[in-house]
Design a protein around this ligand. Structure first.
Ligand code: MSP
Length: 656
């Protein structure tokens, strides 16, 4: 690490309790955990905060849909987050719920103070509101009349509300971001915020909701007819949890926050609302706000309505916690989007964990068992040529130093791959040194011992470096290496000779048993590969011919993109008695589809149906009407029935 900080305070966004956690939530939390673990190993006083955002319209709506009170909704869902964090070995020091009195009190005190200082005022508001994003937009903000953030329809709203004088901080904020290059990271996100601030007049922020419209929130201390806007309430968690206005000593200990980790979806709220709020409150700015990218399923955005959300519990059940944590950290380059496919997971698992790390650990432990009586041998220190051992040790220590720098620069994927390359070097070294051949010769005990001690020491260093990512497995490995105090301390890393000769080693079993990809799964693996590269695993790109037996290949089936679509409108086409013109919602877009079903369905019967559409069909014109897709129907004789989808699934879900 370039420079060891005097303390480290890291936060995740607090998650909405309208639904169960998914891989995106897991990712930010695992990322924070890895950073917290790493700083703890450096003996840096560390505080790691996560929690849940329990107010606002989303939670209210979820409660209504489930027929329970909002508080019940919170109490039931928060447990799912807490349970998942336990299973994911998350080591948060605190968990804040915004319905807790310790938070509500601080929000109300802050509001009152700002109101008393005229930072908050009441006014009539007229504008557009997006329920999904819980944000107001001006007419100019809208894109094709829809929400500029999520593209969903917005509602026109006219009402009295309270406003925070955010606009007056516009110039200050621009200057602050420009003067503090590390404040918003990665740098391109800082530019994004600056672009927004420089090209648009910042509006004052509406920080209230009338209770008549939304009762679920923290009541304004100066007007009981209103509750606090959920974002104004939620952002304050970062300071209410560490004693702002309740425990000044604690607050001073941790604030300013070292790093607010967020997803790119909540950049504006964190880089515009939050800094201006803090400025008005007279509180120091956080040191950095880091926005990571999205986990996509293949190339598609993960979303509940598309039905392609990865459930972290399933991954843990199938492959284990540590492997899941490792994959997420190794696969995503911080700042950019990354693709999640189970195939990519298995590939990386087998390559890095089973073949490299697991294999090296097994080899070293087995050879110590066989050639050294199951005890850590003593490094003789030489008397023979130790150039290979010296080089290996040097490279391992260099990797440790480089890893620190990379973590300091938030290059976590790079830091992990650096350690993996150090692991591979142990394997290469063993291959070259061939202790199994040495052991067959007379009088080579000291050499064999020196060789295996060096390999074990290098493995010890690598296991310490990987501990923040895979705590359980690395503890198991270190215990197997005979360490009484298996928990690593990065301070001791570069010392050679930490493993105590004579300590008994143990066999932890296969740390990362290889995942066998069944033949059938291999097809799936190849078919889905283009999501990660352009030509797929086989590299074949030539069009495949239909086989003489009339059968088509799996790949050919996969080339047809079938999606669910909801029929929004349907009408007859003049002069074409067999055709109907449908407007359908495909999740991320709306399309017109012309279908020959007029003799079987009346237009009004179709509206609201969830049908299946070939989504990657070349558009065509039928009777002068554009048709962008084909719907699926089953027909026999004179009967035709549309293929519809059973149960609750939104538009845009892929049909396989
Ligand atoms: N409650 C607000 C945050 C308030 S913080 C003061 C919120 N909650 S959320 O439940 O919607 O969680 C958003 C966060 O979850 C994202 O910022 C990101 O950290 C994580 N992710 C959710 N989906 C994601 C992906 N598909 N990929 C990566 N992370 C994403 O917004």
């Amino acid at each position: 690490m370039s420079e060891k900080p005097s303390k480290y305070y890291v936060t995740t966004p607090i998650y909405y309790v309208n639904d169960k956690p998914h891989i995106g939530h897991s990712y930010t939390t695992i990322l924070a955990d890895v950073l917290a673990n790493y700083h703890r190993l450096l003996d840096v006083p560390t505080h790691f905060l996560t929690g849940t955002d329990e107010h606002g319209q989303k939670v209210q709506q979820a409660a209504d849909a489930n027929g329970i009170t909002p508080q019940e909704q919170c109490d039931q869902t928060v447990v799912r987050f807490q349970e998942l964090w336990k299973r994911l070995e998350i080591t948060n020091d605190d968990f804040i719920r915004t319905t807790e009195p310790r938070h509500k009190t601080v929000v109300q005190q802050t509001l009152q103070e700002l109101f008393d200082r005229d930072e908050i005022y009441k006014a009539e508001y007229e504008g557009w509101y997006c329920v999904g994003c819980e944000r107001f937009f001006t007419e100019k903000d809208l894109v094709d009349g829809n929400c500029p953030e999520c593209n969903r329809p917005v509602d026109k709203i006219i009402e009295s509300n309270y406003f925070f004088r955010m606009s007056k901080y516009q110039d200050w904020l621009i200057q602050y971001i420009e003067d503090h290059p590390g404040f918003i990271q990665p740098a391109f996100r800082a530019n994004e915020t600056l672009g927004f601030l420089k090209n648009k007049e910042l509006q004052d922020l509406c920080i209230s909701r009338p209770k008549s419209r939304l009762a679920w929130g923290i009541e304004l201390p100066f007007d009981a007819d209103f509750v606090t806007y959920v974002w104004f309430d939620a952002l304050i968690n970062y300071i209410s949890a560490i004693g702002y206005k309740s425990d000044e000593e604690q607050f001073k200990k941790w604030w300013p926050c070292s790093c607010h980790l967020i997803g790119k979806d909540i950049l504006t709220t964190h880089t515009v609302y939050w800094p201006t709020m803090l400025k008005a409150m007279g509180v120091e700015m956080p040191q950095s706000i880091f926005a990571h990218g999205w986990w996509l399923t293949g190339r598609t955005k993960m979303s509940k309505s598309l039905g392609n959300v990865v459930n972290p519990m399933d991954m843990i059940d199938n492959y284990g916690v540590d492997a899941f944590r490792y994959f997420l950290i190794a696969e995503m380059t911080l700042g950019q989007d990354a693709s999640f496919t189970e195939e990519a997971f298995v590939k990386r698992y087998n390559a890095d964990l089973a073949n490299d790390l697991g294999n090296v650990a097994n080899r070293v432990l087995n050879m110590i068992s066989r050639y050294c009586d199951g005890k850590i041998p003593a490094a003789s220190g030489g008397g023979f040529d130790t150039a290979l051992e010296d080089a290996l040790w040097k490279e391992t220590v260099a990797a440790a130093e480089e890893m620190g720098t990379m973590i300091g620069n938030m290059k976590l994927d790079g830091s992990v791959s650096m350690v993996m390359s150090a692991v591979r070097k142990i394997n290469v070294y063993l291959q070259e040194r061939a202790p199994w051949s040495l052991a067959k010769q007379e009088g080579t005990e000291a050499e064999v011992a020196h060789c295996l001690y060096t390999a074990a020491e290098c493995l010890r260093v690598c296991s310490a470096l990987l501990y923040p990512v895979m705590p359980e497995k690395m503890l198991a490995l270190r215990t197997a290496l005979g360490m009484a105090d298996a928990k690593p301390h990065l301070g001791k890393l570069s010392e050679f000779g930490v493993l105590i000769p004579g300590s008994e080693i143990s066999q932890p079993g296969a740390l990362f048993p290889r995942i066998e990809v069944k033949k059938a799964d291999k097809n799936v693996e190849q078919a889905f590969q283009p999501a990660r590269g352009s030509k797929g695993q086989t590299g074949k790109s030539a069009p495949q011919k239909e086989k003489a037996d009339g059968l088509i290949t799996f790949d050919q089936v996969m080339n047809v993109k079938l999606k669910t679509a909801v029929v929004l409108e349907a009408e007859a086409i003049e002069g074409a008695d067999k055709l109907l013109k449908l407007q359908v919602d495909l999740g991320e877009e709306k399309r017109q589809v012309v279908a020959g079903i007029a003799l079987h369905y009346k237009p009004e019967e179709l509206v609201g149906k969830t049908i299946v559409v070939v989504a990657n069909l070349k558009p065509a014109k039928l009777r002068g009407e554009k048709s962008e897709g084909m719907l699926l129907a089953a027909s026999i004789g004179d009967t035709l029935k549309l293929v519809t989808v059973e149960g609750e699934i939104g538009p845009g879900a892929s049909v396989k």
